[in-house]
Design a protein around this ligand. Sequence first.
Ligand SMILES: *[C@@H]1O[C@H](CO)[C@@H](O)[C@H](O)[C@H]1NC(C)=O
Ligand SMILES: *[C@@H]1O[C@H](CO)[C@@H](O)[C@H](O)[C@H]1NC(C)=O
Length: 159
Amino acid sequence: MRGFTAALLVWTLVSPQGGGGEAWPTHVACRDGNLEVLYQSCDPLQDFGFSVDQCSKQLKPNLHIRFGIILRQDIRELFLDVALFSQGSSILNLSYPICEADLPKFSFCGRRKGEQIYYAGPVNNLGFEFPTGEYQVLLELYNQDHSTVACANATVLCS
Ligand SMILES: *[C@@H]1O[C@H](CO)[C@@H](O)[C@H](O)[C@H]1NC(C)=O
Ligand SMILES: *[C@@H]1O[C@H](CO)[C@@H](O)[C@H](O)[C@H]1NC(C)=O
């Protein structure tokens, strides 16, 4: 999404949530001809910014993403769990190491609680083609102590 700016990100991170357990706003991670990805933070304490530059139903093996968050935990190690659902049925679970003590993959690995991360760059993945349909995705980033660093639920609409 080209409209993504650091200013919007900061606004998103500090914008008060309002009373009574209201949900965080829904953000567009990417929207293109036949693919739309919407997400919402499911961490009650904070929102985060995320976008994918090229959006296509055939995910390229080398995606360019932008991601920004204020860390509430140290991330000596960081892992991502992804669960994909269609019409309430579980289709796929993936677990992916992002930072490991001996093998940091990204410049932000090892950052401390309270620091802000803003990453814009490539991520490798296996490449994936979304079949037509609507999917729900749960994403959780967690650290070496299994404390949640970020959590999101997303909807993928592929036509
Ligand atoms: C996230 O989950 C909530 C509660 O189930 C749901 O209402 C919302 O539409 C979901 N948001 C996205 C972007 O999928
Ligand atoms: C994904 O994990 C959940 C929870 O552990 C499990 O119930 C589900 O069957 C798994 N789905 C697949 C496709 O393995």
